[in-house]
Each structure stands twice: as structure tokens, then as C-alpha cells.
Write a protein that binds this ligand. Structure first.
Ligand SMILES: [Fe+2]
Length: 180
């Protein structure tokens, strides 16, 4: 997984949006934001993914496959929805099997976007309460395992003054030592 600051330039969200020169983001910075990741080769990934799932209490999983062909006319609309800044009240966990895409996570307190390029073998945990968004890249295809604890709580809460006071948002900021 590659992590770097998003350049904020207008244009297709599916492009790299890497500064020139690039501003890489370290694992320590991601740790501070409670963003966790592991690299598990896709070949023979099951035992290692199972082990992490067990450790972290993810009892359930399903498979998601997003392709331009599969979604047809809905594709452009769908990827715009994924790209709206939001948070969840639970972790968002993805293990990438094929294809690639970008998760953008908001750094606090800087409010800068950090772009995470995810590829096959990346297992990413986006903590509850962090603002983030997702987009496919120019390959327009990603297949991933979604892991979750019990019932999936994937309701997106779009960024707003109201969402800023969501208890999961407040708890997240506290956990990373930002805010009261
Ligand atoms: Fe999300």
C-alpha cells in the first residue's frame, strides 16, 4: 500500500493526485490516525486473514466486486457517491483480492487528505469516526473481501456540522489525542 498527501488539484478523482515531488506518508503517521494495514499475499491468504479476523473479532465477511462493466450506466454515479466525504460508526475493513483503488482519509488536526493506494494483498482497517472517501482508479475494477463484526454498519454519515458532533467522531478524535 502506498500512502501520500493528496494534491487537491481539480480533475478526475481516479488519477493519482500525487504532489510533484510526492509527499509520502509514513506508517507512524497512519498509526497515529489509527489507520491500520497489513500486507498478505493473495496466494494462500486465507489463514492469515482468518487469524487477523479472529484477533480483532470480525466474525462475518462478504465479497464485493466493483467494475465499470458490472455497473453499466450507474458506474459514474456510483463512484461519485463513494467519493463523498463521510464516516461510519464502525470500522471499515477491506482485503483487496484484485484490481486497485484509492481510500482518502482525513488527517486530524491538519485536515489534509492522505491518499492510500490499495492493491491486491492489502488489508486495510479504517477506524470508526474518521472522515474518508473511496474511488476506483483508471483501471475501473476492484474486488475485495469486506470484514465486519456482527451486522454491517455501513451507513455513511456525510461530513457536516452535525456529523462533527457524532459520538463516534468525538471518540475517534479523543483516541488520537486531538480535541477535548
Ligand atoms: Fe466508508
Amino acid at each position: 500500500m502506498r500512502a501520500y498527501y493528496f494534491d487537491n488539484l481539480p480533475g478526475d478523482q481516479r488519477l493519482l493526485h500525487d504532489y510533484v515531488p510526492s509527499r509520502p506518508v509514513s506508517k507512524e503517521t497512519l498509526d497515529k490516525l489509527n489507520v491500520k494495514y497489513w500486507i498478505i499475499p493473495v496466494d494462500g491468504h486465507e489463514p492469515k486473514v482468518d487469524e487477523i479476523a479472529k484477533e480483532r473479532g470480525y466474525k462475518n465477511r462478504d465479497l464485493i466486486n466493483v467494475t465499470k462493466e458490472g455497473l453499466g450506466e450507474l458506474y459514474e454515479e456510483k463512484i461519485k457517491t463513494f467519493f463523498q466525504e463521510h464516516l461510519h460508526e464502525d470500522e471499515e475493513i477491506r482485503y483487496i483480492l484484485s484490481g486497485s483503488g484509492f481510500f482518502d482519509v482525513r488527517e486530524s488536526p491538519s485536515d489534509e487528505w492522505i491518499r492510500l493506494l490499495v492493491e491486491p494483498g492489502d488489508l486495510l482497517v479504517i477506524p470508526a469516526g474518521i472522515y474518508h472517501r473511496f474511488t476506483l482508479d483508471e483501471k475501473n475494477q476492484i474486488k475485495a473481501i469486506r470484514l465486519f463484526q456482527d451486522e454491517p454498519k455501513w451507513v455513511p454519515h456525510n461530513r457536516s456540522v452535525e456529523t462533527d458532533t457524532n459520538p463516534h467522531r468525538i471518540q475517534y478524535l479523543k483516541a488520537i489525542g486531538v480535541g477535548a
